[in-house]
Design a protein around this ligand. Structure first.
Ligand code: KIV
Ligand code: ZN
Length: 559
């Protein structure tokens, strides 16, 4: 996809943005903490696409990864720093803003900090984010250090990061369960050593809103030098309180919120970006705070992240769930018809959701199609446009009305594909009661161009297809999750299948990790026929698996 690469002289763009105290900086960690969700592993290309979209959404800081985790992570962060981290983007007022700050996470060790710097250095605005645990349970059982040693390590490692980079963020991990008086000592050391942002994580989602707000207030008021830094909050959702805690932290004076799209992340996840941003937007008169987020990009970003990570959004999820703007009860519908605000506190359009809008029909031409996609923010190359137009015509033949949601899904399905090893040529199924579901599958191997045909039997039509595919592809794997939803309403709606498979991949090169490991791969497929959508989803997951294997094998060979 073309990324609006109007050639702009970056020396014209200010390298920093003055911070308005009434603006909350949005630090997005979808690509780091979010990617730690089980099974949410992203390819480098997917990370880059998401980073571009986050920049377009207007986030102030992108935490692009944890470079010390693997050479692949380091390379992915560096690529984001070299590209997204050097491209200005339009702000809320339509004028160009500097690119987002690109942050890399590092434990408080020299080698992690070296790697983080190597990765973020090319960005116009790089940041090193270093952390060490401060709760007694972590200090004693995980770090096996003393409190004094933690203070010393903080001072040394923040100073070490500072010699590379002006912008250093420090986090006392598990701050929510740490002794506040001890936190003051650690944070004071971090400020003395040069930290510019102090982030307070509720790592295990333990605190309650009032308690967390009080902690932020206490730390701000008692930490020497606290008035010289930006205070940040980072909450996990183990008790379903991440958004409430984040808002309490902002009310107590924090001016950076660490969030992820759709709230994905470790265990129960992180604070959802869309929830914090829209709470500040809807209740602006209460909070008196603003963000730099272009809210109309929220829905698209949410869909993209869900599609790439395979983390399906629950229908009743606040802001971006399928039911968030749906009204079922008659009394609600009646109220809505009389006055929209009776049951809706914000318009769907504010988050960029244009669900029911009929956009194009069977007779729409190429020009109207291109203009519509551009309006929706997609800038396709001529070849991509041609392919998208072909798919659109195919869809318009099968489906009476083509909405923006259909177009979003169609383009996303076309663009966000892993490298194709296997291509579906045809699938055919016979199923019903009193007969054994039987499928015939024809696949083409994209590298050899050979075509293979196999039959499969199963407990149902989808199982039969997967058996047929397995006979051709021959990669042992286990289907661990399968879900099906309709893109729009109606019997002719497109089916959107998401699934996860688990399979073995070779070990990453490294001294301690030589055994093959099991990894989860996501596949998504779209079609008006649910059986075809299911086949597409499975093939996508297998192609992803094969792409990962090839990448890992070539890294091992290079070593
Ligand atoms: O939850 C946490 O403590 C973190 C830190 C690394 C900031 O993610
Ligand atoms: Zn976290």
């Amino acid at each position: 996809m073309n990324k609006e690469k109007d050639v702009v002289d970056i020396s014209d763009i200010p390298a920093a943005e003055p911070h308005d105290p009434n603006v909350v900086l949005i630090f997005d960690t979808t690509l780091r903490d979010g990617e730690q969700s089980p099974g949410a592993t992203l390819t480098p290309e997917e990370k880059l696409e998401i980073a571009y979209q986050l920049s377009r959404l207007g986030v102030d800081i992108i935490e692009a990864g944890f470079p010390a985790a693997s050479p692949g992570d380091l390379a992915a962060v560096r690529r984001i720093a070299e590209t997204v981290g050097r491209e200005p983007r339009p702000g809320k007022d339509g004028r160009l803003r500097p690119p987002p700050v690109i942050a890399g996470l590092a434990r408080a060790t020299k080698s992690d900090i070296d790697k983080a710097w190597e990765a973020v250095q090319p960005a116009l605005r790089p940041r090193i984010h270093t952390f060490i645990a401060t709760s007694d349970i972590h200090i004693q059982h995980k770090l096996r250090m003393t409190r004094e040693a933690v203070i010393e390590r903080t001072r040394e490692m923040v100073a070490y990061a500072k010699q590379y980079c002006d912008d250093v963020e420090f986090s006392p991990e598990d701050a929510g369960r740490s002794d506040p008086e001890f936190l003051v000592q650690v944070l004071a050391a971090a400020i003395e050593a040069g930290a510019t942002t102090l982030n307070i994580p509720d790592t295990v989602g333990y605190t309650l809103p009032e308690e967390f707000g009080n902690l932020i207030r206490f730390l701000r008021e008692n930490t020497p030098g606290g008035d010289r830094v930006i205070w940040s909050v980072h909450c996990h959702d183990d008790l379903g309180l991440a958004t409430a805690n984040t808002l309490a932290g902002l009310q107590a004076g924090a001016r950076q919120a660490e969030v992820t799209i759709n709230g994905i992340g470790e265990r129960a996840g992180n604070t959802a970006l869309e929830e914090v941003v829209m709470a500040l937007w809807v209740r602006k008169s209460y909070f008196g705070l603003d963000t730099n987020i272009l809210t109309q990009e929220i829905y698209r970003t949410s869909e993209m992240v869900s599609r790439y990570t395979g983390m399906v959004i629950q229908p009743n999820k606040a802001i971006v769930g399928a039911n968030a703007f749906a009204h079922e009860a008659g009394i609600h519908q009646d109220g809505m018809l009389k006055h929209k605000r009776t049951y809706e506190i914000m318009d769907a359009e504010t988050i960029g959701l244009h669900h029911s809008r009929l956009v194009l029909g069977k007779h729409s031409g190429r020009h109207a199609f291109r203009v519509k996609l551009e309006e929706m923010g997609y800038h396709l190359s001529p070849e991509e446009l041609e392919e998208a137009f072909r798919r659109f015509k195919e869809l318009a033949d099968k489906k009476k009305t083509v909405t923006e949601a259909d177009l979003e899904a169609l383009v996303a399905d076309q663009i966000y594909q892993p490298p194709e090893t296997w291509v579906i040529e045809a699938v055919q199924v016979q199923s019903g009661n009193n007969l054994i579901p039987t499928a015939v599958v024809r696949l083409r191997n994209a590298s050899s161009d050979e075509v293979f045909t196999e039959a499969g039997f199963g407990t149902g039509p989808v199982d039969a297809i997967y058996q047929g595919i397995n006979r051709i592809v021959q990669i042992p794997n286990r289907l661990i999750e399968f879900s099906l939803k309709a893109v729009t309403e109606g019997l002719d709606a497109q089916a959107d299948v998401t699934l996860r498979i688990e399979a073995e991949v070779p070990a990453s090169p490294g001294p301690n990790d030589q055994a093959p490991r099991r990894q989860i791969f996501v596949g998504r497929g779209l079609d008006t026929d649910i059986v075809v959508a299911s086949a597409k989803a499975y093939i996508q997951a297998l192609n992803r698996l094969l792409a990962t294997r090839t990448a890992e094998e070539s890294t091992i060979e290079v070593k």
